[in-house]
Design a protein around this ligand. Structure first.
Ligand SMILES: Cc1ncc(COP(=O)(O)O)c(C=O)c1O
Length: 361
């Protein structure tokens, strides 16, 4: 049965010229569309009050559980306009599954996949005018989330939970030409430990990462590369992206799942690797292997993968006692080819032979 998120259209949409100005230079996360999808959960009624309506602020009691105990999760995916005007989502079922897994870890109610898909699709249809035109790398970023809204103090799973989806047009991540980033390997901070919440997409993980992010910036780096919490020796992931490397032996290697996020882009790149003559491998990568491999040339390229930036070349790593240059310091050919391939699938410029796209409009 398809869940229904009935549309209550806003009577006060953003003016056409204002929307056109936002779409002309969307940036990321700066402009929001006219509508949001929402539903509420209580133990008595389960998920109810499904709707797509105007974007409205929440009114929360100061004791609302999320404000104190961070019982919150979110997702991120994009809608892409193709040249014929149609609009598509990229592997949204994987986001629905990950959202359910995150909910289980945070003891939030699981939102059924059909509700996840119906809410996202309902919002995209309502705000179709906000999906950027085909032809470039622009898209409509979708942000589903869920949080504990019950008013009470005490550490237990909340009895009232809000689900929502908002949308924001996203520009090309790289304005002119893909440039490489440098990652900071912190000696102090870690992101996750076995048994923790590393594999869940919960807000608390990102709050805890802000200090490491600041440390990276202070050292002139763009992002953090987290190592494992137990030995501080194994490569895990970046702040908002998974990482992978290419070896001279023709492998595409990425750390195995466990304490990292099960990225949709990571899974997709592992799948595409074979078409690029690479053997996909998921195994531990130590910092020593990373440093020695980049120095000897046995590691030829390193890149980060995620919905926002698609594929970003990593051209160097820095740490308190560490400086690694990757492949001469410029983006690698395989990285750029994989990036173009994935974008071409998402934007409908090559055939979707794997059934990854789901049509909305
Ligand atoms: C910590 C972290 N790792 C990896 C990713 C990449 O995941 P995806 O490819 O599903 O966007 C993200 C982004 O969601 C993230 O926040």
């Amino acid at each position: 049965m398809t869940a229904d998120f009935p549309l209550h259209r806003t009577t006060r949409p953003v003016a056409d010229d204002e929307r056109a100005a936002a779409l002309a230079d969307p940036g990321f996360g700066k402009h929001f569309t006219d509508h949001m999808a929402a539903a509420t959960w209580t133990p008595e009624d389960g998920w109810h009050d499904r709707r797509v309506g105007p974007v409205v602020p929440y009114s929360l009691h100061p004791s609302a559980a999320v404000l104190h105990y961070a019982q919150e999760i979110f997702e991120g995916l994009k809608a892409y306009r193709h040249a014929d005007g149609s609009v598509w989502l990229f592997r949204p079922e994987r986001n629905a599954a990950r959202f359910a897994a995150s909910a289980r870890r945070l003891t939030l109610p699981v939102l059924p996949e059909e509700d996840f898909l119906a809410s996202v699709e309902g919002l995209v249809r309502a705000d179709e005018a906000w999906v950027p035109a085909a032809g470039g790398e622009q898209s409509l970023y979708l942000r589903p989330y869920m949080f504990a809204s019950e008013a009470f103090l005490g550490v237990r799973p909340a009895h009232r939970v809000e689900y929502g989806v908002i949308a924001s047009p996203a520009g090309a991540y790289f304005g002119s030409g893909v440039v490489g980033v440098t990652l900071w390997i912190s000696a102090e901070f870690t992101r996750a430990a076995a048994g923790g919440t590393g594999a869940a997409k919960c807000g608390g993980n990102y709050a805890a990462g802000l200090a490491a992010q600041l440390e990276a910036r202070e050292h002139g780096c763009d992002q953090v590369l987290y190592l494992d919490g137990a030995e501080h020796r194994w490569v895990e992931e970046s702040g908002t992206m998974n990482v992978a490397l290419v070896t001279s032996a023709g492998e595409l290697v990425t750390p195995q799942l466990g304490t990292i996020l099960d990225g949709v882009t990571r899974a997709s790149v592992l799948d595409l690797a074979v078409e690029h003559g690479l053997t996909p491998v998921q195994r531990p990568i130590s910092v020593v292997e990373l440093a020695e491999g980049c120095a000897s040339g046995s590691i030829t390229e390193v890149f980060a993968v995620g919905t926002a930036a698609v594929i970003t070349p990593i051209t160097g790593f820095r740490g308190p006692d560490l400086s690694i240059t990757v492949g001469g310091g410029a983006p690698g050919a395989t990285t750029l080819a994989l990036r173009a391939h994935l974008l071409d699938i998402q934007h409908g410029r090559v055939e979707d032979t794997r059934g990854w796209l789901r049509r909305v409009v």
